[in-house]
Design a protein around this ligand. Structure first.
Ligand code: B1M
Length: 207
């Protein structure tokens, strides 16, 4: 079934992805397996095909829509009801970057871990992060980037937050990121994946 889910995702069949996620859930498959071995594995395969010029942007866009639909189905299972938020997290993908699937996943996991999420979407300019952090008294600003050409924007966000006098810690993540790069630009945290992002946020909020 998870193989079928990968195939449906790669083919961009949104309705089939939704149906297969529902079926997997009703069979009692763990949410984590549906996510890792179905949706994320399918997207990784598609990424390779994209790299090898076997598929092109329109196909990837359609698959991304199907991925987001599948993630929306999983969301209630990833999120537990929490009364008081553990903290406020402003999240977004940096300016010039339209990739939002990983960012959505991080937002979903943090929501599930009890944080209030202010999601600014993709292609977000530094001043928007500053405004949202100030207005929401954010405990954390979380930045995602998927392109080597846009990850440099993270430094601009950190500088904008510093020069506006907000001492809010920034965590960064996304495929091209490394701990070394995060250290170099003055980020307070780096996470390789969405689950580790939750651990990093817990650690920073507890400080
Ligand atoms: Co784009 N794209 N794309 N793309 N795309 C990549 C990223 C690429 C690696 C493909 C490739 O060449 N193999 C490549 C980047 C190369 C590089 O810079 N090194 C690339 C390129 C080149 C481009 C364009 C430039 C193509 C073009 O126009 N010629 C263009 C850029 C547009 C722009 O942003 N300005 C482009 C466009 C697109 C689409 C719009 C078609 C679509 C995005 C749709 C959308 O997001 N709504 C798209 C997609 C889907 C991909 C791939 C295939 C899949 C990305 C994805 O969603 N992965 C991708 C190839 C790949 O990654 N294998 C590719 C699944 C997602 C769950 O993983 O986002 O990595 P990811 O998130 C992970 C971790 O990174 C981490 O947690 C998540 C998992 O738990 N993480 C964080 C992410 N953010 C985090 C934040 C954190 C912590 C962890 O803390 C805050």
């Amino acid at each position: 079934m998870l193989d079928q889910l990968q195939e449906a995702l790669i083919a961009g069949k949104k309705n089939d992805v939704e149906t297969l996620v529902d079926q997997a859930l009703s069979l009692g498959l763990p949410t984590r397996r549906i996510l890792d071995e179905g949706l994320i594995a399918g997207m990784e395969r598609l990424g390779l095909m994209f790299k090898n010029n076997e598929v092109f942007i329109p196909e990837v866009l359609v698959a991304a829509r199907a991925m987001n639909a599948g993630l929306a189905k999983l969301e209630p299972y990833l999120i537990k009801d929490k009364i008081e938020p553990k903290g406020f997290v402003v999240i977004g993908t940096v300016k010039g970057d339209l990739h939002d699937i990983g960012k959505n996943l991080v937002a979903m996991m943090l929501k599930g871990a009890g944080y209030k999420i202010i999601d600014l979407g993709a292609d977000v300019a530094p001043d928007k992060f500053v405004d949202a952090a100030r207005r929401n008294k954010a405990d954390i600003v979380a930045l995602s980037a998927l392109l080597t050409t846009t990850m440099i924007q993270m430094k601009s966000v950190i500088q904008a937050l510093q020069s506006s006098g907000l001492g809010v810690p920034v965590i960064v993540g996304g495929a091209p990121l490394t701990q070394d790069y995060a250290d170099e630009i003055g980020a307070r945290g780096f996470a390789q994946d969405a689950a580790s992002a939750v651990d990093v946020v817990h650690r920073l909020v507890a400080k």
